[in-house]
Design a protein around this ligand. Structure first.
Ligand code: PFF
Length: 453
């Protein structure tokens, strides 16, 4: 492999911010965050989540971008070159394999839920998202069951989502991923703000939702909710899997990393909080359970929309938002694998994309079947979909994050990191190193040990 590796680059700092925020702000923010907050009791969970973002996740995000810039290759070769170049073992590249395994698994189930978002956007557009006089709770429960549990239908939606993702990644870093995010991320913010403004003006429950989200009753915190907040901080910022490392390797040299990473983490958090402010007033106004679990947005929200004036319009806006969030995140999972296959193989981006997407799709078929014919195939009390989520969120992401923190914190010298982060010689640089060396590894060890129990 040549030393000089000429690769595509993002066109500007803001282009990268849109792309990285697109990667980070996804189903994790709009589908998962509200129901995890609901299940974990609201404000106190959010407080821990914000602390985890600032102290653990943000330093690791900056570290991943830095490793990508220094490595200037796919995740595996970047890590190998950096380790060997500093006299450490080439086995460090195995950290890259953990990342590729993680994105492979995440994308296989993300594609399934991404498929549901297309299905629901279509239902909303075609007017099918209406109980039409039937009992709403039963109607929407059955609709969700049919969408997820009829294999041919669910496979069709999942395939459509995977094909769309492949078209974006196959078109290239700038022409595919960057162009998609330039168009869709502003749309995501507009849709989200419209839904929040509507929630604030249309019913009297906005204040209740604000209290639920922001009044932190620390006595409600359990060990489990603290750990799930740290785990979610990782999932939502897409760190610990080499996705941000790969994206960082396309960053022009002139872009300062710390301010960029902080902007991305801030925007991602904003999206999650706005999603909470859009969803919970509706949930409370209709007397529904905030702890409804994964069905919160696919069953509870349609019931509420059905009972509201202009409900169809709200349904279209919400499920379009959910689809946009999913389709701007999926390329960040595919790209690390495609870049590895491309750099190691023939160099053709399209060929690498088709190969990887086919492999992910096959595991995705098994994920789809875990909602129907294979729902009884279980290991450790979980079906494949639940097992994959557990494996990724509780093991692979924290493990990857831990190793990245150790790699960047202990193996790169201050002179190597100082200038490149854009916080040269400052107090912040010391804080960053301290977090990577001690705070993040300790927090992640705790997550790992408790996750495995
Ligand atoms: N951050 C994404 C979300 O919140 O939906 C999920 C994700 C994307 C995880 C990319 C991991 C990844 F590599």
């Amino acid at each position: 492999m040549s030393i000089k590796n000429r690769r595509e680059q993002w066109s500007s700092r803001w282009a990268f911010i849109l792309v990285a925020t697109g990667a980070a702000a996804g189903l994790g923010n709009i589908w998962k965050f509200p129901y995890v907050v609901g299940e974990s009791g609201g404000g106190a969970f959010i407080l821990v989540y914000l602390v985890a973002i600032a102290l653990v996740a943000l330093p690791i995000l900056a570290a991943e971008l830095l490793l990508g810039r220094l490595g200037n290759h796919n995740v595996i070769d970047s890590l190998r070159r950096l380790a060997v170049g500093r006299g450490y073992s080439a086995h460090w590249s195995k950290l890259g394999w953990i990342g590729l395994l993680a994105v492979f698994i995440v994308l296989s189930f993300y594609g399934v839920v991404g498929g549901w978002t297309i299905a629901y956007a279509y239902y909303a557009l075609s007017g099918a998202l209406s109980a039409g006089g039937a009992a709403p709770a039963e109607h929407f429960g059955v609709l969700f069951g049919r969408t997820t549990g009829t294999p041919v239908q669910a496979l069709g939606w999942q395939t459509a989502f995977m094909v769309a993702t492949a078209l974006v990644v196959g078109s290239g870093v700038r022409h595919g991923i960057e162009r998609l995010c330039r168009w869709l991320m502003p749309l995501l913010f507009v849709l989200l703000v419209c839904l929040v403004v509507h929630a604030a003006l249309s019913n009297g429950y906005f204040g209740v939702a604000c209290r639920f989200l922001f009044a932190a009753d620390v006595s409600k915190l359990t060990g489990e909710s603290v750990l799930s907040a740290v785990g979610h901080a990782f999932f939502t910022l897409s760190i610990g899997v080499g996705a941000m490392l790969t994206f960082g390797s396309y960053l022009p040299e002139r872009v300062g990393l710390t301010a960029t990473a902080a902007t991305v983490a801030g925007l991602d958090t904003l999206v999650a909080l706005l999603a909470g402010l859009a969803i919970f007033p509706v949930v409370f106004a209709h007397g529904m359970e905030p702890a409804a679990g994964p069905g919160l947005v696919f069953v509870s929200l349609p019931i509420a929309f059905d009972a509201m004036p202009a409900g169809q319009l709200l349904g279209i806006a919400f499920f379009a938002l959910l689809f946009v969030a999913a389709i701007t995140s999926a390329p960040s999972m595919l790209e690390p694998m495609v870049e590895y296959v491309r750099e190691r193989g023939t160099g053709s981006r399209w060929r690498a994309t088709v190969l990887v997407v086919c492999a992910v799709w096959v595991l995705g078929v098994a994920q789809v079947m875990s909602f129907s014919a294979w729902s009884d195939v279980r290991a450790f009390g979980r079906n494949l979909f639940e097992l994959s989520d557990f494996l990724v969120s509780n093991i692979l992401l924290p493990l990857g994050g831990l190793l990245i923190a150790l790699f960047a914190g202990w193996m790169l010298s201050p002179t190597q990191t100082n200038g490149r982060l854009g916080i040269a010689g400052s107090f912040l640089h010391g804080v960053w190193r301290f977090s990577l060396r001690f705070v993040a590894p300790l927090a992640l060890l705790l997550v790992l040990v408790s996750g495995l129990r």
